[in-house]
Design a binder for this molecule. Structure first.
Ligand code: ARG
Length: 420
């Protein structure tokens, strides 16, 4: 092979001779299972498998660990990072009302920098020289993972076999068969490409790539289809302290449990289905089907409470910062200083975001119906249609209007003349 074909173009990609012991980010799925064997064969290297629990529903980690060992992993580690994910990634996202492209609550994007940081820690602790992940060359996840690793650990190298091996699904399945790797659910139909954690679930691939194909029912695994949801609406209340959700229906809960329960209640009522055309950071436009019941409930409630306690100026300003925060995180720049700078603003603004929001869940919708906060910039006496005195003088209003509209009136006259 030519030098050009083997020499990496970046500072952090591994040359074959660099690779002796590899920390593999292992999900237990087909790609990373094939990788586990392939790395041992191709590089004659040892593999340590790391699996990160971010609250993927229904995952059996003993099975995943057993599979890694059976495939020859030197060691197989499962880390329960749910608390940290909720506290240090989901909570900042809630404070920033984080939504990308008006629809995507960023669950995958939030998980990747944490997974990458844990990979760095475990690679160092187990004497690995290289980290391997299962991302393709077409997605955002490679950007998020590699940017984080290259930032935190310049001494570690990265390999992304799925990006380089150019095996199609059939070849992968054949490789798996030859190497005693169990293939879940047979090999006939390619499954959806799924990623999930506490904060949501995404499906890609198959008919989802046909933009004029309305969702098949079998894609929905977390959220009940609205037409099958209960005929009775349910009101759920979410309590916040300084922007952090602390209770559900009046019951104080730890973050992980609160998010899980919000997801269950929302899922039951068909809340949080998103069918999204998304602009990936690598230039592609793709379609994703998201199921995000917990995020829909908690973000809707948080945003409403923030509006109640914020002034008109705060409420006009913060969404522009929120949007930028979401974009940075989507784009894989979790460790970029402007993100933490923005967090300082988010924390300051959220210091007042204490109170309770009630949402009515009904066949796919989550509508705010009640609000209360000790910090509400709201005075029923002032807002009422019946007469009020004190701070609000209606006699002052015409004077306000005269000055408030002054420039607009002048401009109108300049452009349209006196008759306009
Ligand atoms: N489109 C979303 C994102 O870029 C979800 C990606 C899901 N990742 C996956 N490997 N299936 O964050």
């Amino acid at each position: 092979m030519s030098d050009r074909a083997t020499r990496p173009t970046t500072s952090y990609e591994a040359r074959p001779e660099d690779v002796h012991r590899v920390l593999l980010l292992y999900s237990g799925g087909l790609d990373t299972s094939v990788m586990l064997k392939w790395i041992q064969e191709k590089y004659d290297a040892e593999v340590v498998a790391l699996t990160v629990n971010l609250g993927q529903p229904g995952e059996d980690y003993d099975v995943v660990r057993g599979k890694a060992q059976q495939l020859g992993a030197l060691d197989s580690v499962v880390v329960d990072a749910r608390e940290e994910f909720a506290r240090d990634y989901v909570v900042p996202a809630i404070k920033a009302n984080a939504i990308y492209g008006s629809a995507y609550p960023l669950f995958t994007a939030l998980g990747r920098p944490l997974i990458a940081r844990l990979a760095v820690e475990h690679a160092r602790a187990t004497g690995c020289d290289t980290i391997a992940h299962g991302c393709t060359g077409k997605g955002n996840d490679q950007v998020r993972i590699e940017a984080t690793i290259a930032t935190l650990a310049p001494e570690l190298k990265v390999i992304a076999p799925v990006r380089s091996w150019r095996m199609g699904r059939e070849e992968e399945v054949a490789y798996a068969r030859d190497h005693g790797i169990p293939v879940k659910g047979g090999s006939e139909v390619a499954p959806y490409s799924i990623d999930d954690n506490l904060w949501g679930r995404s499906s890609e691939g198959r008919w989802i790539e046909e933009l004029d194909h309305a969702p098949d029912d079998d894609v929905f695994q977390l959220v009940t289809r609205p037409e099958l949801a209960p005929d009775e609406a349910e009101v759920v209340t979410v309590g916040f302290e300084a922007g952090v959700p602390v209770s559900l229906n009046g019951e104080r809960l730890g973050l992980v449990e609160l998010i899980e329960r919000a997801g269950e209640i929302g899922g039951r009522h068909g809340v949080g289905i998103v069918d999204h055309i998304e602009d990936r950071i690598v230039g592609l436009k793709v379609r994703d089907i998201y199921e995000v019941p917990a995020a829909t409930i908690l973000l809707t409630a948080h945003q409403e409470l923030e509006r109640l306690v914020g002034t008109i100026h705060q409420n006009q300003f913060k969404p522009t910062l929120d949007r930028h925060w979401a974009y940075l995180v989507y784009a894989g720049l979790w460790l970029e200083p402007v993100r933490t700078d923005l967090d300082a603003y988010m924390d300051a603004a959220n210091s007042q975001v204490t109170g309770t929001i009630g949402l009515r869940l009904y066949k796919g919708s989550a509508r705010v119906v009640t609000r209360s906060s000790p910090n509400a910039v709201y005075d029923a006496q002032l807002a009422t249609f019946s007469e009020s005195g004190g701070l609000f003088s209606q006699e002052a209003s015409p004077g306000f209007i005269e000055l408030w509209s002054l420039q607009s009136r002048m401009a109108w006259r300049v452009r349209h003349g006196d008759s306009g």
